[in-house]
Each structure stands twice: as C-alpha cells, then as structure tokens.
Design a protein around this ligand. Structure first.
Ligand SMILES: [Fe+2]
Length: 230
C-alpha cells in the first residue's frame, strides 16, 4: 500500500493519497485545499484516481475537492449523508467560524460551490481500491456524518478528526457530541485491535494500542466535563 501525506491549509491538515501498489488504483482521502504537489504526485506515480474519499465535511478536509475533481473528473466523490449540509455549505463555513468576509481570500477560504457528490458512504460497506479492501465505519461525534476507513489486511485505519496522538477530535462545533465521539472511538476504532496503525487528519501517526494505553481520553485519566484525574 502506498500512503503519501501532504500537509495543507492553515490548519495543518493531512491530505493523503492512498494507493494499491499492484494495480495503482488510488484514492485521495480529504483534499484540504488546491495543491499542485498533490496533482503532480498522482500523475508522476501514474496512479488511477478512483475516488475523492471524504471522512467528513469540514472545510479543512474538503476545501480542495473542486480543484482536484477538475483535474480528475472521473473520480467519484463520496461522503456520508450526515455531513452533506456541511459539504454543500462549504462557502459559508468560514463565516460560521467567525472569519470576516474581507479576510476570506487572504486565508484561502474563498470557496466556490463544491462539486456534486457522486454517492454517500454506507456504514459497514467494503470499499475496494485495487486489492485494498476498506471497511467504512460511521463514527459520529466530531461531525454527524464522520466515517473512518479501515483496511483489514494492512491493519491501518484512516480516522480523520475522530482520534489524534494523545487527543481526540473537538466536539464543540455544530453537530458535535462528546458522548457520540467517545462511543465511536471505543466501539468502532479501539475495537479494530491494538495493532492497527492510525492515520489522523492532523498530526503524526500512532496506533490503536498506543492510544488505548496512553491517550488520557481513552485511559480515563481525563473525563470530558469533569477534568483530569490521576
Ligand atoms: Fe474536522
């Protein structure tokens, strides 16, 4: 499996190209913004971009969809139904964050309307990319329609903004829920097994085992709304 990371946007978001080494079929998980480096990598490696695979609808994960889709118009664009309103409301997202209209262009947040989704993720579906088989797991909490993509043979999971090294996704944005997020992490991500490598939407890679045993949100050292316990 090929995994190439591009750190994009003022949010230092991890955009990734993930490809099957044998067939060169590829997906882009969460194109954060327009990037010639990203497009050049796909072309230089002669990858067949099959889909733009979105974990959730926040601007720093979908902001590059329109630009990437113009370069590879045959690629599917897939997102869970629960995040459709976030996705189609992309031009309004920065305003909802309190960014002033006059600052949008300077920050790279002057988005056009995003291209139409080609379909929605279905919880539990197997999504094939060449010989890679991703199980799609609905993990609400950070957003209502967040999904993670778990590859069972390679034992890797792309978790978007559910889980980070030493932390978890924020739940204070519209549609967020701490209870749902903790349930998603425990029942869908931790349940995969300690050996799974975790690719997060921000920051470095980790493993399920490392997070299960050291992440204060998972060990019980920190309880949401109650503070830190030792
Ligand atoms: Fe997010």
């Amino acid at each position: 499996m090929i995994v190439q990371r591009f750190v994009l946007t003022p949010f230092q978001q991890n955009t990734r190209i993930v490809a099957c080494e044998e067939t060169l079929k590829a997906i882009c998980i969460d194109p954060g913004e327009e990037s010639t480096e990203l497009v050049d990598f796909i072309r230089d490696q002669e990858l067949d971009l099959q889909a733009i695979a979105l974990t959730h609808g926040h601007l720093d994960h979908v902001g590059g969809t329109a630009a990437l889709h113009k370069q590879f118009p045959a690629a599917e664009i897939i997102l869970h139904k629960g995040d459709e309103s976030l996705y189609y409301g992309l031009p309004q997202q920065p305003l909802a964050m309190g960014i002033q209209p006059g600052q949008l262009a300077a920050l790279g947040f002057d988005y056009e309307d995003p291209p139409k989704l080609t379909r929605n993720w279905i919880d539990g579906e197997i999504f094939e990319v060449g010989k890679l088989r991703f199980r799609v797991l609905h993990c609400p909490g950070h957003t209502p329609g967040h999904v993670v993509l778990a590859e069972q043979t390679e034992k890797v999971v792309f978790v978007g903004d559910c889980l980070f090294l030493g932390s978890i996704g924020r739940t204070d944005l519209p549609g967020g829920s701490s209870e749902q997020l903790m349930d998603s992490i425990e029942s869908k991500i931790v349940a995969l097994g300690d050996e799974f490598k975790v690719y997060s939407g921000h920051g470095p890679e980790t493993t399920v085992g490392d997070e299960r045993t050291t992440n204060p949100f998972l060990t019980g050292a920190y309880q949401i709304g109650k503070g830190r316990y030792f």
